[in-house]
Write a protein that binds this ligand. Structure first.
Ligand SMILES: C[S@@+](CC[C@H](N)C(=O)[O-])C[C@H]1O[C@@H](n2cnc3c(N)ncnc32)[C@H](O)[C@@H]1O
Length: 218
């Protein structure tokens, strides 16, 4: 198990409590910043949101072709109720993610928003290794995750240590994992987007390694 499940963390499994808690933390401003400043999708893009939770990102996107997947069936049901036909929502464990030819393919954007700190290094690398099958030739991965970094305020570090996901990493560790799987990676740390002091790594990656379409770049 890669996320904390005891005590108060247990309540977060229920979509209603989870959504209320996220709102309390300032999730709306956070998602707005993630969508407008980092993902910057164009209308009509195909976007695959991995670990989509209750689908909150979709509220901040233009008219895109959206597929969201999460392993929590209660979150997926709430996302369907919130967004109806604006998106396709599927209950899928990322550790068993497989390309289904029935899906819309060729995603211009794949997002992992606050998800990989729930996965071990080997799970992250296995997941990254499959993404080439889903991405369009010039597609990109947009990842945001809580992180540790130098000169981090004490409280931000303590909160990150207690995150539900048990694999919050140093900023350089996220980058190292991405560089093992992608030819081109850029990343930066941003602070103060939530109401609580929290640091997030914003990372963008192109050119999945092992994908023949990108072999000439390596
Ligand atoms: C902190 S939440 C972020 C949710 C959403 N991306 C957002 O930003 O609102 C982490 C999400 O990752 C999902 N998750 C964690 N491990 C997963 C796995 N192995 N397969 C699918 N989803 C997973 C959780 O169910 C949860 O919805």
């Amino acid at each position: 198990m890669t996320q904390r499940t005891g005590g108060l963390y247990r309540l977060l499994y229920f979509s209603g409590f989870y959504q209320w808690f996220q709102d309390l933390l300032g999730d709306r401003a956070f998602m707005r910043a993630v969508a407008d400043d980092w993902i910057r999708p164009r209308p009509g893009d195909r976007l695959l949101d991995l670990g989509c939770g209750v689908g909150s990102l979709l509220a901040y996107l233009p008219q895109v072709q959206f597929v969201g997947v999460d392993h929590n069936a209660d979150y997926i049901e709430r996302a369907r109720q919130r967004f109806g036909k604006r998106g396709t929502f599927l209950t899928v464990d990322l550790n068993r993610l497989q390309y289904d030819p029935g899906w819309i393919g060729g995603f211009q954007i794949i997002t992992l928003i606050c998800v990989t700190h729930h996965l071990s290094d080997s799970e992250v690398l296995a997941l990254f290794g499959t993404l080439g099958k889903f991405l369009a030739p010039e597609g990109r991965l947009c990842l945001v995750d809580p992180c540790f970094h130098e000169d981090q305020p004490w409280l931000a570090r303590q909160l990150a240590k207690r995150d539900r996901g048990e694999h919050v990493r140093d900023e350089s560790e996220y980058e190292r994992l991405a560089r093992e799987a992608f030819a081109s990676v850029r990343a930066e740390v941003r602070q103060g987007i939530l109401r609580l002091p929290y640091s997030h790594l914003f990372l963008e990656a192109h050119g999945p390694r092992g994908d023949h379409r990108h072999a000439s770049r390596e």
